[in-house]
Write a protein that binds this ligand. Structure first.
Ligand code: IPT
Length: 957
């Protein structure tokens, strides 16, 4: 006897893109043709394999009454409270054996059913046609309507349409969709993100009237020499094109040239128009702009542009990549409010509505194809689909579906072939097709440093030094590359605390014409809302293979609260520079297109961090690149020993679509008169009182010299502290060749320093405590002397630190840590940076007087790590104490220790204790970007070298 099993699901492993779908065409949200959203509750059945169930569920009359339900758009693994499997996070590793195009037998397969009636106002059946549009299904779908199979497709983040007019009934239409998590297409979709199967974008039924529009291509260029725009709409179906505001009414295919306001990301001028065919009126939003490569530069409307960009994945902490319009708008508004002007849609075409928003609010877009084969790097790129002709039709299909869908968006200036796919003939074929189809945009791809197929030299995570060399044209490279402009399509890895060093990059970008800016990696932490963990990351769903919190590397937290990294980036890329000059403010317009007439400038002096009344600063409407010196509008007040500074703020002068009047766009500060030196606080004598020593307001343990209380406030410590809970950027990525300081610190034992007491001496006018601070098993140490003095009211601590031995690593931090009883600590007031800042994330350190509760001083990085330091602090008050420092210090306060912070895996692991731990740091090590890019620049190292610093403690004022 013999038998054999047949697989009925060969299409799943077929490298072909699919069968049955219509040719791709321009996407638009709505026209006067009827449409019916099929979003909502669908019946759902999950199977463990692709062929577990036959296709009888697609037949009319099938009873799915006992099936579960899911919401469409959505991912089934994020619904059903775990009943439908779980998300998997890997960076570049395929979560299945690499044997293209084969996928595992265990292939979660979701059958989706939806029964729908046509609305009453739907045109009569037989009047025209209808199509079903799927905007995104991961990763492979097979479709039936009323029992008839329509086809199958792959290409998760791309639209697919099917003709269905002949199958529709007035009522009881049965739409059946079988979705397989894994398919041959998965090999092309190895982006660094959660694997999330499902129908995650809209499903829509579109009526297609007789004479409906087909595909159409809006060509709208701008001639900066004449100020005229030329419009021509090529359309598969003849019709007319009108733009009332421009008095345009022409036939499709006909060109018309008129004076227009051009579109740019800064001035997103859109003209409403209409394409009218015999059967349909399609609204158009037309932006006139011309993108060229000229003089080795990317120019739009005749001017070189500078990308101040970010990489955006689609993310919502509950809905994954199923984004609603309001979430998309929130992204765009947040970007505009933080001075960003560009988005790379890493690493797939976004929901098309996002591109409408980019057109409307003004963002340059690099639209990236849904293609990444990164996991093949594990085998030296052998069998890479992009270099295997069998896969080329799938690649070309993806290129065409992106370009055809999105070609009418003025915001898109680059098409990107994909990400991290190595090199190969398939990519060349894509580039050739795109160049042939659309001559009005440029082509991007990072993976080929020889730029064979591209119009820009693009790199990711190149060091400052290398970017500088590229800027100077000293990078060598092939003949073609030498002629091309340069962008960093990814830099500044915003994982956890950071990225550091972005101000330094910006200076380099601005120094060399060839460098046209970059895109921070990335926009949002892909944390998944979780009942016990707060936000979950890789491994939290029991994945057998995962990349931990590498998925949380955004400028905004999963709930879209801005992280300090976004605030820093806003300052680094601000389009107006405000600097001090003698008796004047120097203002420079750093926009590419806009003058400054949309801004008003506010000037105020601060005494000891507090403003003394605002003045208007009259700044001329400078053109891009121009600068002017504006006289200070008032004489400085007398600080009477307190520091006097001024702050100038550039504010929106009127409401804009993305922020209200008064929104701060840029700012600058300068010191006019420094503060008086710190009080010497001497004169009082230490006196013995049993086991205690009393010096002014301080009480000390006579045996250890430890301060026990000051001014009646109980304290623990202060004593030397060098440890910080390593940040993701301290730890660095495993593949990094450079020293990874977080790892070396732990190896050396800086998290377990021992404090040896060498002597306590109460002598004339001071109490001196000598110590040696060192880790077990090592011969390096920090000799530390604490010298206390007092004038009777105030207590001064001078710390001197002398390294011993051969320190081969910088220190994480250098300062003292003290504990205050949580019950009396209250909130903090300080004069220093308002938000978190470290040596190389300090551009946005706006030095004023601030207040915050202890809770607010914590930055909620999804994986807990060092955070929350305030820089340049002159003084801080909390717990009834005033602490002044000389020189300025770094201040942090938390309701747990650094060790607890270090041990925590999720924010929910951190529970406030009885003590608030206050770090007063003389130094902090830089942050850098080594979780994927270069570490901190040497100038931001906290070297182990002799140091002296002082604090004065007194009752709060
Ligand atoms: C780069 C990827 O392009 C991006 O998707 C993301 O994974 C990022 O790194 C890190 O978060 S690839 C990099 C390892 C060179």
């Amino acid at each position: 006897m013999s038998f054999r099993t047949t697989r009925t699901v060969d299409y799943v492993e077929d490298v072909a893109p699919g069968a049955g779908a219509l040719a791709p065409r321009a996407w638009y949200a709505a026209s006067d043709a009827k449409s019916l959203s099929l979003n909502g509750d669908w019946r759902f059945r999950l199977s463990a394999t692709a062929d577990a169930e036959d296709d009888s569920f697609a037949a009319e009359g099938y009873d799915a009454g006992d099936w579960a339900e899911v919401t469409v758009p959505g991912h089934w693994v994020l619904q059903g409270d775990g009943a439908f499997g779980a998300p998997i996070y890997t960076n570049h590793l395929y979560p299945f054996p690499v044997d293209p195009p084969h996928v595992p037998t265990e292939n979660p397969t979701g059958d989706h059913l939806r029964v729908f009636d046509l609305p009453d106002d739907w045109p009569a059946l037989g009047d025209g046609d209808a199509v079903l549009r799927f905007d995104g299904v991961e990763s492979c779908a097979r479709i039936w309507l009323n029992g008839t199979e329509l086809g199958e497709f792959k290409g998760s983040r791309l639209p697919h349409e099917f003709t269905v007019g002949a199958l529709l009934k007035p009522a009881g239409n049965v739409l059946a969709v079988r979705v397989h998590q894994w398919s041959a297409g998965s090999y092309l979709e190895d982006q660094d993100q959660w694997w999330l199967p499902g129908i995650f974008r809209d499903v829509t039924l579109l009526h297609r009237p007789v004479g409906a529009a087909g595909d159409f291509f809006v060509h709208a260029s701008y001639d900066h020499a004449t100020g005229e725009g030329t419009l021509r709409v090529d359309s598969d179906v003849d019709g007319r094109v009108s733009v009332p505001a421009l008095d345009i009414d022409v036939a499709t295919g006909e060109s018309v040239t008129v004076a227009v306001e051009p579109w740019s990301a800064e001035t997103p001028e859109l003209y409403d128009g209409e394409l009218v065919t015999a059967g349909e009126r399609v609204p158009l939003r037309i932006g006139f702009r011309t993108v060229v490569l000229a003089d080795g530069l990317i120019k739009v409307n005749g001017r070189a542009i500078l990308f101040r960009g970010v990489n955006r994945h689609e993310w919502h902490p509950e809905r994954g990549r199923a984004l609603d319009l309001e979430t998309m708008r929130e992204d765009v508004l947040l970007m505009k409010r933080h001075n960003l002007n560009a988005v790379r849609t890493s690493h797939y075409p976004p929901h098309p509505a996002f591109l409408d928003l980019c057109d409307e609010y003004g963002l340059w877009v690099i639209d990236e194809c849904d293609l990444e084969t990164h996991g093949f790097t594990e085998q030296g790129w052998r069998d890479n689909p992009v270099d295997d002709d069998r896969w080329t039709p799938a690649l070309l299909d993806r290129a065409a579906r992106m370009v055809e869908r999105d070609k009418n968006h003025p915001s898109i200036v680059f098409w990107s072939l994909g990400n991290e796919a190595g090199t190969g003939r398939g990519l060349t074929a894509m580039a050739e097709w795109i160049h042939g189809r659309d001559t009005s945009r440029l082509v991007h791809y990072e993976g080929d440093w020889n730029c064979r197929d591209t119009d820009v030299y693009s790199r990711m995570y190149a060091s400052h030094a290398e970017v500088e060399r590229i800027g100077q044209h000293l990078d060598g490279g092939t003949g073609k590359r030498r002629e091309l402009p340069f962008i960093q399509c990814e830099y500044g890895h915003a994982m956890g605390n950071g990225p550091g060093g972005i101000a330094d990059y910006q200076q380099i970008f601005e120094r060399h014409d060839r460098l046209q800016g970059g895109f921070i990696w990335e926009w949002i932490d892909h944390g998944v809302r979780h009942p016990e963990l707060g936000f979950a990351y890789g491994g939290d769903f029991g994945e057998e293979l995962h990349d931990g919190n590498f998925v949380c590397d955004g400028l905004v937290f999963p709930d879209r609260r801005p992280s300090p990294g976004l605030v820093e980036y806003k300052k680094v890329i601000e389009p107006v520079r405000i600097e001090g000059a003698d008796g004047a403010v120097r203002v420079t317009n750093a926009y590419d297109f806009a003058d400054l007439s949309h801004l008003e400038f506010e000037f105020a002096y601060q005494v000891d961090g507090e403003s003394t009344g605002a003045h208007t600063l009259a700044v001329p409407p400078l053109a891009p690149g121009e600068s002017a010196e504006v006289k200070l509008p008032a004489a400085a007040p007398d600080g009477d020993g307190a520091e006097v500074r001024w702050t100038v703020r550039a504010l929106l002068a009127a409401d804009s679509p993305w922020a209200g009047r008064g929104h701060e766009v840029a700012w600058g500060q300068r010191t006019v008169a420094p503060r008086a030196p710190l009080a010497t606080a001497t004169g009082a004598e230490p006196t013995a009182d049993g086991d205690l020593i009393v010096l002014g307001p301080g009480t000390f343990d006579a045996a250890t010299g430890a301060l026990l209380s000051v001014g009646g406030v109980d304290v623990t410590g202060p004593r030397l502290d060098v440890w910080r809970a390593p940040t993701d950027n301290d730890d660095g990525a495993s593949w990094q060749d450079d020293a990874r300081w977080g790892v070396l610190w732990r190896q050396l034992g800086l998290h377990r320093m021992r404090h040896r007491l060498d002597g306590v001496a109460a002598e004339a006018g001071s109490l001196t405590v000598r110590t040696r601070v060192a880790p077990a098993a090592r011969d390096v140490a920090l000799r530390t002397v604490y010298r206390w003095t007092s004038d009777g009211e105030r207590l001064r601590l001078s710390v001197s630190v002398t390294p011993e031995g051969d320190w081969k690593v910088p220190l994480p931090r250098l300062g003292v840590r003290l504990g205050l009883p949580a019950a009396v600590t209250g909130s903090a007031t300080w004069f220093g940076s308002g938000g978190e800042a470290y040596p190389d994330t300090r551009a946005a350190a706006k030095l004023l007087r601030w207040d915050a509760g202890i809770e607010e001083l914590q930055t909620p990085y999804v994986r807990p790590q060092e955070n929350g330091a305030r820089s340049d602090v002159r003084w801080a008050e909390l717990g009834g104490l005033r602490i002044e420092g000389e020189p300025e210090f770094w201040f942090s306060a938390r309701p747990w220790t650094s060790e607890q912070l270090d041990a925590a895996r999720h924010l929910t692991d951190l529970v406030p204790g009885d003590t608030v731990w206050v770090n007063l740091d003389h130094g902090q090590h830089g942050i850098g970007s080594q979780s994927c890019g270069p570490g901190p620049l040497p100038q931001y190292f906290l070297k182990a070298e002799p140091a002296e610093f002082s604090f004065v403690f007194a009752p709060a004022r």
